[in-house]
Design a protein around this ligand. Structure first.
Ligand SMILES: [Zn+2]
Length: 279
């Protein structure tokens, strides 16, 4: 596999927060280096359900992840397995749910907190965190800069064709403070500033990059149900592919087949939605 792509998921960031507060991403849209569209999460707009949808291209009604309590090894092809089938190398820096869904479950912290498994049919190079003890007063989230640096390190050392990064910082901040407040203004700006230099590094290394969320969040700091505030988020794309008109509303089911198409990996029959980027 020749191509390289990184998927950066900042958990729980609604459309209007992206477009208002991420000055670096918006600056690259303005300069023409990036394109941005609105994407809508499938229902329920709950984190675990959305992770499963993002990577299988199937809705919760098919993959069966209906809440953050239904965590199991999903017996379906996903982005990791398809990249591996096409000869690519995969990596992930993410919450432990990603390892459980797409590699093995239950998540064993000692066995699974980090692994390098070159022959794995799923995730070759994984670095995970559990956020055990997470709550309103103690977010238990790692620093985003550390996550970005870890993915960059894995990518350089192991030549990742596909690298997933997922951070819960902003989702946790939103649950704690809601979205119409100075704390969230600053948290989004901080994430944007931390991401920007890494994005430049990845682009200079020849990677395509998608930056997006798993779902939105209401001003009261909620998601799971229906509505543009809970379901909609921005998707930024850095790369040479052609995309739809700027006012297109993308379906979360389209993300998995789009990534596979960009990487030249086979799209399995269960991923029925049309890619939104050209091959
Ligand atoms: Zn989430």
């Amino acid at each position: 596999m020749e191509r390289r792509l990184k998927l950066i998921i900042l958990d729980g960031v609604p459309w209007r927060a992206w477009r208002r507060l991420f000055g670096n991403l918006e600056g690259w849209v303005e300069s023409g280096e990036a394109r941005v569209w609105r994407m809508r999460a499938r229902l329920p707009s709950i984190s675990a359900s959305c992770y499963a949808t993002i990577h299988t291209g199937a809705p919760p009604q098919v993959h069966g992840v209906t809440s953050n309590e239904t965590i199991f090894r999903i017996p379906m092809p996903d982005v990791f397995s398809q990249v591996r089938a096409a000869g690519g190398t995969t990596g992930a820096v993410a919450h432990s749910f990603w390892s459980a869904f797409f590699n093995r479950a239950p998540f064993d912290p000692v066995r699974d907190i980090e692994y390098d498994e070159p022959d794995s049919p799923a995730i070759n190079h994984g670095r995970f965190h559990t956020m055990t003890g997470y709550g309103h007063a103690n977010q238990m989230t790692p620093c985003d800069l550390d996550l970005f640096a870890t993915l960059t390190s894995l990518s350089r050392r192991f030549g990742l064709n596909y690298g997933l990064l997922h951070s819960c910082t902003l989702d946790s901040m939103g649950h704690r403070f809601g979205h119409d407040c100075v704390e969230m203004d600053h948290a989004c700006a901080a994430a944007d500033a931390m991401l920007a230099p890494f994005l430049r590094m990845w682009r200079e290394a020849g990677d395509e990059v998608i930056v997006t969320a798993d779902h939105g969040q209401s001003d009261r700091g909620h998601h799971g149900g229906r509505g543009a505030d809970q379901q909609d988020f921005a998707l930024y794309y850095f790369g040479p592919a052609e995309g739809p008109p700027e006012d297109a509303l993308l379906d979360q089911l389209q993300l998995a087949p789009t990534i596979l198409t960009r990487l030249g990996a086979p799209v399995p029959p269960g991923m029925g939605a049309a890619p939104f980027l050209s091959a």
